[in-house]
Design a protein around this ligand. Structure first.
Ligand SMILES: *Cc1c(COP(=O)(O)O)cnc(C)c1O
Length: 411
């Protein structure tokens, strides 16, 4: 069939489930994306917290190229040396003893949910299968992870919600305690809610959850798909709390842009997951494992996470100044490390739109928040560049609202 004109077809070849911007990118370099029109955009969205090391990082490109010339796929019927190496490194740097690799965040959560249920079945309590989750949570788009997230707008029209999830208000300790029944298997929480609006769960609350789980024989599951792998300034966000989960889901940043995820667990939590109890065709594939190891090479290098914490602190200080200059636009700065949320005093879409006009990418979130998720490799100069664009974007919105203008900051 002949190529037709560029006019939008009436039957789109791509399922129209995304409201895409009229913007396409051709290549990327570090924190920059270059459009098909040759325009440079400062990428503070990182493909929704995925491109942890920016675009075309030389070490990642090299690892993928080298692996591509050797072997792409063999299946989990055989040994996977690179996968074993990556699993060993993840366990050495976390609470976990064992790892299951997946292709996405939702699949990592599916593994976590199945593992928690199986743990209790293997302990002689198959009736304990229910999992407590939190309002504002996001755990993915499969049927079970949608039920876990509990967002009505995503569940609508897809038949009966998968059973086994009990949702409680965010950070309400008493409500959690009341929700625990003899059927409860686990508590599932994002230590920092991403999609929900960069809501940081207070350390005290995470400790309280650990204590509740221990007292009631429940497993504690952390969803670090968005906040994990250096994004919070620590390798894992739970490290700030001084407690650890029994099971943890990772994805997004762990592949630096290559689709992969992982479910980490203690030996005890994983005791029900014996040969044949779970599986995947693509998970742990050699290409993904090569890139995953390369991502860790960079993030675990001495000083890298210190750099993330330092540059994040500077960014937050500068953002606080911007908020003071534009109190009618920005209401609050939230987050940990380079998982930053601007709680807006105007609709968040006004801000993402104004930033786009300043050629800067950001991502909207719940609770009227704009997420800033720069690659972890940004330096002080890029923070300065971003802050200038955010300042301009605020002025742009003020002008649209007919508010008096502040003179641009000279720095
Ligand atoms: C993105 C995300 C998921 C889902 O990951 P997918 O790779 O899209 O399946 C799950 N949990 C959290 C916290 C996320 O941010």
């Amino acid at each position: 069939m002949a190529e037709t004109s560029s006019a939008a077809p009436s039957t789109p070849a791509l399922l129209p489930v995304f409201a895409r911007l009229d913007l396409a990118f051709e290549r990327g370099e570090g924190a920059w994306l270059i459009s098909d029109k040759g325009e440079h955009y400062l990428d503070f969205g990182s493909g929704i917290a995925v491109n942890a090391l920016g675009h075309a990082h030389p070490h990642l490109v090299e690892a993928l190229k080298a692996q591509a010339e050797k072997l792409w796929h063999t299946s989990n019927l055989y040994q996977m040396p690179e996968g074993e190496r990556l699993a060993r490194r993840l366990t050495e740097h976390s609470f976990a003893d064992t790892v299951f690799f997946t292709n996405s965040g939702a699949e990592a959560l599916e593994c976590a949910i199945k593992m928690a249920r199986k743990y209790h079945a293997a302990s002689g309590h198959p009736e304990r299968y229910r999992i407590i989750t939190f309002e504002g949570a996001f755990h993915g788009r499969t049927l079970a992870t949608l039920a876990a997230g509990g967002q009505q707008k995503y569940l609508e029209g897809f038949g009966p919600k998968v059973d086994g999830f009990d949702q409680v208000p965010f950070a309400d300790h008493d409500a959690i305690e009341r929700a625990i029944t003899p059927e409860t298997a686990a508590i599932l929480i994002e230590p920092i809610q991403g999609e929900g609006g960069v809501r940081v769960v207070p350390t005290q609350c995470l400790r309280g959850l650990r204590e509740l789980c221990d007292r009631h024989g429940l497993l504690l599951i952390f969803d670090e798909v968005q906040c994990g792998v250096g994004r919070s300034g620590k390798l894992f966000a739970y490290e700030r709390s001084g407690i650890a989960p029994d099971i943890m889901a990772l994805a997004k940043g762990i592949g630096g842009g290559f689709p992969m995820g992982a479910c980490l667990a203690t030996t005890e939590a994983g005791k029900g997951m014996t040969a044949g109890s779970h599986g995947t065709t693509f998970g742990g594939n050699p290409l993904a494992m090569a890139v995953g190891n390369a991502v860790l090479d960079v993030i675990l290098a001495p000083g890298f996470l210190d750099h993330v914490e330092k540059v994040a602190l500077l960014f937050k200080q500068r953002l606080a100044e911007i908020k003071d200059r534009h109190p009618r636009i920005i209401a609050e700065i939230r987050g940990e490390g380079l998982l930053i949320g601007l709680k807006m005093a105007v609709p968040n879409t006004a801000m993402t739109g104004a930033l786009l006009q300043e050629k800067m990418l950001s991502v909207g979130a719940g609770d009227n928040v704009v997420r800033l998720l720069p690659p972890l490799i940004i330096d002080d100069a890029l923070v300065g560049d971003a802050v200038r664009r955010i300042d301009q974007a605020c002025s742009r919105i003020e002008a649209d609202m007919g508010l008096p203008q502040k003179k641009a900051d000279a720095r």
